[in-house]
Write a protein that binds this ligand. Structure first.
Ligand SMILES: O=C(CCC(O)(O)[C@H](Cc1ccccc1)NC(=O)c1ccccc1)N[C@@H](Cc1c[nH]c2ccccc12)C(=O)O
Ligand SMILES: [Zn+2]
Length: 617
């Protein structure tokens, strides 16, 4: 092996240049497929994937020839530690082809899945009423006259958000899982086998361990478990209050007062965020509510205007504007003439100039938050663009997910929404505070158990603790035990409900969002301090604070050049280098007190036996 560090540094220089060019070509092919899902574009993308993997393998062979562990320069050692993990390219070519093929097929199934209109599925009884049970049977004999026309975005997303008809919601919930989850069950199982084989070829025990290695700390799994244990009491308080309001709305036959909440009633296809039931659950109706969807529409906001509004928040902090090409090449609305992958994503084309967002934007408050989220990814890309190619990544995946959300925490405050003209008179009353904190909790607290359980389930599938005999069963055990939600119709091992959530067919890890929802409040607390904010954390708005912007820039421009624990030290001026739930608990402190007083007499938590437990086929 080669112990010459000077030669190693020369090799790294060559790699840096070549990798940027290879990555750019791959991203172009991937963009073309994602913004125009055709067989041709899929083939070109798979071809580019093989070229990229060949390149990666060649460089891996060169890198492993160096005795890099004894090199004296820390950043050189760190670069080699990343370069000597080959990833899925470690698979024999035919298996690599199969793996990437399965991934594309599952992603395509999800992205083009459509369901029939609700009323087209229903027979009318002689009395003229709907025969609700028919729609359940109708599925079996594939009732004629049903043409699947409704895609997830924007149709099903909006119907799940706005419908208040439990039967219609139940139909939409089940039909989506029939169309998107069930068809990929077998493909996913084969995909898991190949992913594990690749992980073992890289020296990991399974794909889950390979995923967790991105966090560079031993005991990450236990760390996440510990964070959840500290946060679940607050979640249970929110769950109890929302359930009581849903019982009021739909009655106890639909919502068990002391049991789990049926998953179709929470305004979201996966019950992962509950902001769309704010109108049913808001603590003080009639007082200021921060859902500015109507204002956005009345004021004629376009998706482009929403993007400009988000960009202006970043530049107000002294951070980077979006590059010129961003506005020319991004896809910010769903095209009408072709199939696209609608799930939002932010793209770095590896040449320091070309950055894009792909998003099927609708004019809603939720999409305004998502726009900040996606633009946060681009901002991070821009801030670390002068790092070597290998270090152009988030300090950990949760950091990348947190950037945009941190700014959205300020942009969502009533005071800020008023200052940009999206909210009328805002009073400083206690009720307005509680209404605001409650709306934020429907997004941030409601999400935590889902962000936690998604990869609990996948880590167990990768490790073999969960197998094809209990694949869907285990999913609902976690959904019931951790999140306190139940399926509105019986589930069996014929179904594959996790497959109906983008990140499973797209093989995107998910615990990053759980980490983000914790760490973004650590960022918020520190940036508010830098901005000189005084008063409760939930009222802080860092808008136009160049000091806060400078601190954020110092942390994010490090990229992955230092372990994320060091980046946290920079953020907190050495106060901590660990994930910490104190800031999120401080932020929601007033709401927790309020919930505990409102929930007196309610059962906190849910009795497992109330759920429609799995029917054993
Ligand atoms: O999936 C997303 C947003 C999409 C993404 O920006 O995270 C995107 C996902 C993705 C990853 C890889 C391929 C395709 C899509 N991630 C990125 O675009 C991205 C960009 C740069 C670095 C890392 C990730 N959010 C999650 C979690 C979530 C729910 N509600 C939210 C509100 C705010 C922020 C996140 C969420 C979800 O919708 O379930
Ligand atoms: Zn993201």
């Amino acid at each position: 092996t080669n112990t010459n560090e000077a030669e190693a540094i020369d090799f790294l220089g060559r790699y840096d240049r070549e990798a940027g060019q290879m990555c750019n070509k791959f991203m172009e092919a991937s963009w073309n497929y994602n913004t125009n899902v055709t067989d041709f574009n899929k083939r070109v993308m798979l071809q580019q994937q093989m070229i990229w993997s060949d390149f990666h393998r060649t460089k891996w062979n060169e890198a492993t020839n160096f005795a890099w562990k004894n090199f004296t320069t820390p950043t050189v050692r760190r670069m080699f530690s990343f370069l000597t993990v080959l990833g899925k390219a470690a698979l024999p070519r035919d298996k690599l082809k199969e793996l990437t093929g399965l991934l594309q097929e599952m992603k395509t199934t999800y992205s083009v899945a459509k369901i029939c209109r609700y009323d087209a599925r229903l027979r009318r009884l002689p009395s003229g009423d709907y025969d609700y049970d028919a729609e359940f049977e109708a599925d079996d004999d594939n009732q004629i006259g049903c043409i699947p026309t409704l895609p997830l975005e924007p149709h099903l997303t909006q119907m799940m958000a706005n419908s208040r008809d439990p039967d219609e919601l139940r139909y939409l919930w089940r039909a989506w899982r029939e169309a998107a989850g069930k068809p990929i069950r077998q493909k996913y199982l084969r995909f898991v086998e190949l992913s594990n084989e690749a992980a073992r070829l890289n020296g990991f025990s399974d794909a889950g361990e390979y995923w967790r290695s991105d966090y560079e700390i031993d005991g990450f799994r236990e760390e996440v478990e510990e964070l959840w244990q500290k946060l679940s009491p607050l979640y249970q308080q929110l769950h109890a209050y929302v359930r009581a309001k849903l019982v009021e709305k739909y009655g106890e036959e639909v919502v068990p007062r002391r049991g789990p909440i049926p998953a179709h009633l929470l305004g979201n296809m996966w019950a992962q965020t509950w902001t769309n039931v704010l109108d049913i659950t808001i603590p003080y109706p009639g007082r200021t509510s921060v859902d500015v969807t109507n204002a956005l529409r009345i004021q004629g906001y376009s998706p482009l205007a929403m993007f400009r509004l988000a960009e202006e928040f970043f530049t107000s902090l002294g951070l980077e504007p979006m590059p010129q090409t961003f506005w020319q090449r991004s896809m910010i609305q769903k095209p009408t003439d072709r199939e696209v992958v609608c799930h939002a994503s932010a793209w770095d084309f590896c040449n320091g100039r070309d950055y894009r967002i792909k998003q099927c934007t609708e004019v809603t408050m939720e999409h305004l938050v998502t726009t900040h989220h996606e633009m946060g990814h681009i901002q991070y890309d821009l801030l670390y663009r002068n790092q070597p190619f290998i270090f152009r990544d988030g300090a950990n995946p949760g950091f990348h997910e947190a950037v945009g959300d941190v700014l959205a925490l300020s942009a969502s405050t009533p005071r800020h929404l008023q200052s940009v003209g999206l909210l009328g008179n805002v009073d400083d009353s206690y009720e307005t505070d509680i209404n605001f904190l409650f709306a934020m909790a429907l997004d941030k607290i409601a999400f935590l158990p889902f962000g936690y359980l998604m990869d609990q389930w996948r880590w167990e599938v990768f490790s073999g603790d969960t197998t094809s005999s209990n694949l869907n069963n285990r999913w609902w055990e976690l959904r019931l035990g951790v999140q306190g939600v139940s399926p509105p119709v019986p589930r069996t091992e014929e179904d594959f409900d996790p497959g109906a959530k983008f990140h499973v067919p797209a093989n995107v890890p998910y615990v990053r969002y759980f980490v983000s929802f914790v760490v973004q409040f650590q960022f918020h607390a520190e940036l508010c301090k830098a901005a000189g904010h005084e008063g409760p954390l939930h009222r802080c708005d860092i808008y136009r604070s160049v000091k806060a912007g400078r601190l954020l820039r110092n942390v994010l421009s490090l990229g992955k050049s230092r372990p994320w624990t060091e980046a946290l030290s920079v953020l907190t001026s050495g106060r901590t280098n660990k994930l910490d739930v104190e800031p999120i608990l401080e932020y929601f402190g007033p709401l927790r007190t309020w919930l505990e007083s409102q929930n007196r007499g309610e059962l906190i938590g849910w009795r497992e036996n109330e759920a429609i437990v799995l029917q054993v086929t």
